[in-house]
Design a protein around this ligand. Structure first.
Ligand code: HSE
Length: 431
């Protein structure tokens, strides 16, 4: 290593599943990472909430005084892997004010206060990098921000939550119950501390906001993302999807509408087995990007877990260190387009509707009439079962959310309909 390399000191906030892997890799690969960065990288302090001993980490590095990291004049780069909104937001702002570049994996924070944090970084002329915040190891942020900077992205669809993809895969392939698989995903270290964030779609919604912001050069926050999780998906839905040659996935979708608004949403989707995202199994993530010139691109890899997420953080660390070594900064937030968010009721999708009805003549005609009354065209109808409890599965052509909602209300009120079991959007087939 060249003798004249300057030292870049790193402080880390948090040392859980991800932080401990960052520390391990940073210490074991210090020399190589330094060669790649053009500066000698030294992990100086790790801030934690409780200073219990941590394997492989020198106890003298650990502190519970988180402010001492962001205010340490010797620390040049702060890695934030503690999660949550506060105190992470205040600590990051303080670090930026003190001219430290920041690398964070905190999607919830960026999807809520990103604009404030990016503005602060811009004003202080430091980097705020976040590759690890979306889809773990997959280099999707840099690809969208840099490699696709010359193209017009029109749509992004992602499987961006490993826990829910793991659950849906096991339900589909092994017919196992939801709760049983959730426990397994937690024990494998994929799930958030509170798995509600995974199964209700909030984790994916934060990532959808970040992807939408990047794709459409506009600030999109998590509260603008329409969000449904997977807790309503039953084994019967999974089996009905299978019978149709499809699979159910939780997708984060960000697309440009015909009115040049952004539609951004997270919900379960039925995908035909032939769609590239349908083959993304277990805890793997994938992001499928459609753009005007490049066409379709798919990015695939591990979206959760300590080492994969640490890989993305270390990639940012090398980039940010290089910038510091050359006294420059990288790409910041690009929000010049400032597009509006499309009202969810206007968004068009195909729908799968599974309902239980009385099996007698005229029932199908009456049901078809309700769809027609909302100007929803039916693509296919399949009936299973006999007698008082027949099951109908209707797949519609593209219709707006609001007409579908009107249709479901009318169906629910009909005497011949005992229950509308489920409504799932269908993507990836020709309407
Ligand atoms: N809980 C998340 C997941 C981890 O399951 O994908 C990465 O954000």
């Amino acid at each position: 290593m060249s003798a004249e390399l300057k030292t870049i000191s790193i402080g880390m906030l948090g040392c859980g599943v991800v932080g401990s892997q960052v520390a391990r890799l940073l210490q074991s690969d210090e020399q190589e990472l330094s060669e790649r960065s053009g500066a000698l990288l030294v992990l100086k302090k790790i801030g934690v909430r409780s200073n219990a001993a941590r394997e492989g980490i020198n106890p003298s590095m650990i502190t519970t005084d988180l402010n001492s990291i962001v205010n340490d004049p010797e620390i040049n780069i702060v890695i934030e892997v503690m999660g949550g909104i506060e105190p992470a937001r205040t600590l990051i702002l303080e670090a930026i004010k003190n001219k430290k570049s920041v690398i964070t994996a905190n999607k919830a924070l960026l999807a809520t206060h990103g604009h404030e944090l990016f503005n602060a970084a811009d004003a202080a002329k430091v980097d705020l990098y976040y590759e690890a915040a979306v889809a773990g190891a997959i280099p999707i942020i840099r690809s969208m921000r840099e490699s696709l900077a010359g193209d017009q992205i029109t749509r992004v669809m992602g499987i961006v939550n490993g826990t829910t993809n793991y659950i849906l895969t096991k339900m589909h392939e092994e017919g196992r119950a939801f709760n049983d698989v959730l426990k397994e995903a937690q024990s494998l270290g994929y799930a958030e501390a509170d798995p509600t964030a995974d199964i209700e779609g909030h984790d994916a919604a934060a990532k959808a906001a970040l992807l939408a912001s990047l794709a459409f050069h506009s600030t999109v926050t998590i509260d603008e993302v329409y969000c449904e999780g997977i807790t309503g998906i039953s084994i019967d839905d999974v089996n009905a999807a299978k019978a149709m040659g499809s699979v159910i996935k939780l997708l984060a979708i960000a697309e440009l509408t015909v009115k040049d608004e952004i539609s951004v949403r997270v919900h379960p989707v039925m995908l035909p087995n032939s769609h590239p995202l349908a083959s993304v199994r277990n805890a793997f993530n994938a992001v499928y990007v459609e753009s005007e010139a490049a066409g379709q691109l798919m990015f695939y890899g591990r979206g959760a877990g300590g080492a994969p997420t640490a890989s993305a953080i270390l990639g940012d660390l090398v980039a940010v260190t290089r910038h510091r070594a050359y006294s420059t900064v990288g790409y910041g937030e690009s929000d010049y387009a400032d597009l509006d968010i499309a009202p969810v009721g206007d968004v068009k999708s195909q729908f799968f509707v599974r309902l239980h009805v009385a099996d007698k003549s005229g029932v199908l005609a009456a049901i078809a009439q309700v769809f027609a009354s909302e100007k929803i065209s039916i693509q296919t109808v399949r009936q299973a079962g006999l007698g008082s409890d027949a099951e109908l599965v209707v797949v519609t052509h593209a219709a707006t959310e609001s007409s579908l909602k009107g249709c479901i209300k009318k169906l629910t009120d009909m005497d011949i309909v005992s229950k509308v079991e489920s409504v799932i959007r269908v993507e990836g087939v020709v309407a």
